[in-house]
Design a binder for this molecule. Structure first.
Ligand SMILES: Nc1nc2c(ncn2[C@@H]2O[C@H](COP(=O)(O)OP(=O)(O)O)[C@@H](O)[C@H]2O)c(=O)[nH]1
Ligand SMILES: [Mg+2]
Length: 313
């Protein structure tokens, strides 16, 4: 199944509420005050955010005047162009992490508890092992034994070795061990799963900073990618999370998980615009094949489909 088909399927929930509402605004009627108000309402309720919604509307109004748009249907095309251009302008937008067979790429996954880090690690491992890459997991979420077990389940599924220590051990030490093991076994990818739980006697952010510094110091000329896993359902709250994490370590992009579960699809636009951070992957389900590199054109087209089909399921 292509990203597009999968996305359309995944967007079903989104489409019902947001994409359908969005396409509804553009289908029929005239371009009047009421039209602009309804558009603003749909955008804001779809997690696009107030500032960005107003900016998009300003831009669309300008476009409408410049290109003499007569109907909302015509405007929808301009709107799609605006969204595509804005999303595409963020460097690395939609670019999957490049792993190669002659080097080691380290991928550090961070994010709050339950955002989908471990699942994303499992999905990425599945993709890469299918491509013939040698993958190693670092179980650096050492808070709960269950977290280590969860990663081991993914490891068994894809035949990936899990470097783990006991529950409660130092996460940075696990990362260090795993990096040594990955190097000596000539692995192509090291996926480092981390904790997201704020623990009373533990400073999560400090721990993450330490993991990052250890990996960065020991990596030699291996590439280190840091991906923030954001739960799409969190909406605008996710943006604040991103800023917190970005203060601790430099982020190279976002994995937007649970996009299949959100009724508000606009968060992708907010991430691109407010955070200037690329969405590298989108999670569209819990299965191993449910992680897709984000595709701007297909995403915007999937929103358009909602219009063409009048939101039909
Ligand atoms: N529907 C859906 N569920 C997801 C997705 N990604 C993760 N999950 C589920 O979200 C829950 C938390 O995921 P987990 O990977 O354990 O989060 P972590 O605490 O960040 O490691 C699990 O039940 C996952 O199956 C996704 O893209 N779509
Ligand atoms: Mg986890």
């Amino acid at each position: 199944m292509s990203f597009f088909e999968k996305l359309k399927q995944g967007l079903r929930g989104v489409r019902k509420k947001w994409s359908e509402g969005l396409s509804g605004v553009f289908s029929g009627g005239t371009i009047d005050e009421d039209f602009w108000e309804r558009l603003e309402e749909v955008l804001i309720s779809g997690d696009v955010g107030i500032t960005l919604s107003l900016r998009l509307i300003e831009q669309l109004k300008k476009e409408a005047r410049a290109r003499n748009a007569g109907t909302p249907e015509e405007l929808f095309k301009f709107f799609a162009e605006i969204l595509t251009a804005r999303l595409s302008s963020v460097p690395l937008m939609g670019q999957p992490v490049q792993a190669t067979k002659d080097s080691l790429t380290i991928v550090l996954l961070v994010g709050v508890n339950g955002s989908g880090k471990t699942t994303t690690a499992g999905k990425l491992a599945s993709r890469w092992t299918k491509d013939g890459m040698r993958v190693v997991f670092a179980a650096a979420d050492t808070f709960r034994a269950a977290a280590i077990d969860q990663l081991k389940v993914w490891g068994e599924r894809s035949g990936v070795r899990v470097i783990a220590q006991q529950q409660g051990s130092d996460a940075a030490a696990v990362a260090f061990d795993a990096l040594s093991a990955a190097k000596s076994s000539r692995a192509n990818v090291l996926l480092v799963d981390t904790a997201g739980r704020l623990h009373s006697k533990h400073n999560l952010m400090e721990e993450l900073g330490k993991i990052y510094r250890v990996l960065d110091k020991e990596r030699g000329d291996c590439r280190l990618e840091t991906l923030l896993v954001l739960d799409a359902v969190m909406g605008q709250n996710g943006l604040a999370q991103a800023e917190t994490f970005n203060k601790i370590l430099p982020l190279s992009g976002v994995v937007l998980s649970k996009y299949d579960n959100t009724a508000k699809g606009g968060i992708i636009l907010a991430i691109a615009e407010e955070l200037k951070m690329p969405v590298r992957y989108v999670g569209l389900g819990e299965g191993e094949d449910d992680l897709r590199p984000f595709d701007v054109e297909e995403f915007v087209q999937a929103l358009l489909e909602g219009e063409k089909n009048g939101g039909r399921e």
